[in-house]
Design a binder for this molecule. Structure first.
Ligand SMILES: NC(=O)c1ccc[n+]([C@@H]2O[C@H](COP(=O)([O-])OP(=O)(O)OC[C@H]3O[C@@H](n4cnc5c(N)ncnc54)[C@H](O)[C@@H]3O)[C@@H](O)[C@H]2O)c1
Length: 454
């Protein structure tokens, strides 16, 4: 039996290892983390993260060949393959602050592996990392006193939160990058063998190490760039009478372009897009490629603009003052299907509204605990899991996360309970705007002129 270890039991490490353990019963899979609370939760049915279908997969493998532990040192020695899935957030201090990846967790893990290893190991970069990080990893590993053989392989994760299990079960591709040496290629094959248990051969892609590292940053940059592109167009639609949904449909039907990630809204969020693009910008600058850096920076700038723009629209629509007005914020997660609020557009929008001295009533079906933490120091915020309570007496409602349950609300009841005129800003273009205008709302979609009752 081969021993797989994963260091980091977060949104990536937990679900990824659960799916590997499910499909590869002959491997022993152990997941470790320095966060003991997280590990304790992985051992119960109240998992530390919410993902549809995750609990079923964990239950199938846990205790059979999937284990969650806190002793990282002890877990390293017997492992044959070590996935490193620790967090790589944006650096908040010193050189490169606000752009570069903070690699302190990564480096600490590398040193720990070097210190605790007594037998050959394949070390797999699962975290998203700057291109050429493997070089630093190898330098640290090979600086250890012992003569242990290490092979470093890049295997970035492409799952999306909210659909992690479906993405892992049926990936578009699995990317594995390694050195062209005999032992590098053996390591790549060892990782490919794991995925071959359930992923068709033609979807297992092998490349050199640097291409693999850079492909992950590039994929996220391209996805975010599509959102920023349609959001740039949405601003023009609001001014010109075009409707961004019609434009996106017409454009997306072109097979060269395709329909995905063309939905205009309040901007992208989540723990990865912003961080990975800024990382790309920083890398370009490091190599002296200032034009390439400026190009990618603009994707982030456009995203920031889209959030500011909807708040400006609200101020303009509501007679140039939000002071003392109650605003219901529907949705706080960075997208539907998750409790994750990292870099959520809702937080920026709430802060901008609070700057205008508005009072907020925030609701979300899954992310309310995180919302409370994110706004712990903010004044004038109420939190409720009942959207009808949030809208009670509100001058305006803004939809910031496109949870399907918000499309199913009784909007006549909502309208009756709000202050009048009742303003509705649909930051996700989720709702039936004509029907809402019919009820009496003053409706402001994204990327289309407002619908105002006669
Ligand atoms: N979240 C996503 O959707 C997603 C998707 C693809 C790739 N990624 C990348 O995967 C990596 C992990 O992301 P995540 O969302 O799972 O992060 P996370 O913060 O949810 O999990 C990381 C875990 O690593 C643990 N950790 C940190 N240092 C450690 C150490 N020295 N020893 C043991 N454990 C340690 C932390 O306690 C934490 O629980 C990041 O590089 C991220 O960019 C994330």
């Amino acid at each position: 039996m081969e021993n797989i270890l994963c260091i980091g039991a977060g949104y990536v490490g937990g679900p990824t290892m659960a799916v590997i353990a499910k499909h590869c019963p002959e491997y022993r899979v152990e997941v470790v983390d320095i966060n003991a609370e997280r590990i304790a939760a992985w051992r119960t049915d109240d998992l530390p993260i919410y993902e549809p279908g995750l609990l079923e997969v964990v239950r199938e493998a846990r205790g059979r060949n999937l284990f969650f532990e806190t002793d990282v040192d002890a877990a390293i020695a017997p492992a044959d393959i070590i996935f490193v899935s620790v967090n790589t957030p944006t650096k908040t201090f010193g050189e490169g602050a606000g752009q570069a990846a903070d690699l302190q967790y990564w480096e600490r893990t590398a040193r720990q592996i070097a210190r605790c290893s007594t037998s050959p190991k394949i070390v797999v970069e699962k975290s998203t990392l700057p291109v050429r990080t493997a070089e630093a990893m190898e330098a640290i590993l090979h600086s250890a006193a012992s003569e242990v053989q290490f092979d470093v392989v890049s295997n970035p994760e492409f799952l999306a939160e909210g659909t992690a299990i479906a993405d892992l079960e049926n990936p578009d591709r699995v990317l594995i990058g390694g050195h062209p040496t005999a032992s590098g290629q053996r390591a790549v094959e060892a990782i490919a063998d794991i995925y071959r248990h359930w992923v068709p051969e033609e979807r297992i892609l092998t490349t050199n190490l640097w291409s693999s590292e850079l492909s992950k940053l590039t994929a996220n940059a391209f996805l975010a760039q599509r959102i920023s592109s349609i959001n740039a167009v949405s601003a023009l639609c609001e001014c010109s009478g075009a409707d961004v949904r019609e434009v996106a449909r017409a454009v997306g039907m072109d097979r060269r372009i395709g329909p995905n990630f063309l939905r205009a809204g309040v901007g992208f969020g989540g723990s990865c897009f912003r961080k990975d693009i800024l990382n790309l910008v920083y890398l370009c600058r490091q190599y002296g490629l200032s034009e390439a850096a400026d190009y990618w920076q603009q994707v982030v700038n456009m995203n920031d603009y889209r959030k500011r723009r909807i708040v400006r629209t609200m101020i303009g629509a509501m007679y140039n003052t939000l002071a003392g007005k109650r605003i219901a914020v529907l949705g706080f997660a960075f997208k539907p299907g998750t409790s994750d609020t990292r870099d959520t557009p809702a937080l920026t929008i709430c802060k901008l509204l609070l700057d205008e001295n508005a009072t907020l009533a925030i609701t979300d079906p899954r992310a309310l605990d995180n919302a409370r933490k994110d706004l712990a120091d903010a004044p004038r915020c109420e939190f409720t899991d009942d959207p009808y309570e949030a809208v009670q007496g509100a001058h305006a409602l803004i939809l910031t996360t496109g949870w399907p349950e918000y499309a199913a609300l009784d909007y006549r009841r909502v309208h009756e309970s709000m202050a009048h005129p009742a303003f509705l800003f649909d930051g996700c273009n989720l709702l039936d705007h004509a029907a809402l205008a019919e009820i009496g709302f003053r409706v402001y979609p994204i990327g289309a002129p407002p619908l105002l009752p006669a």
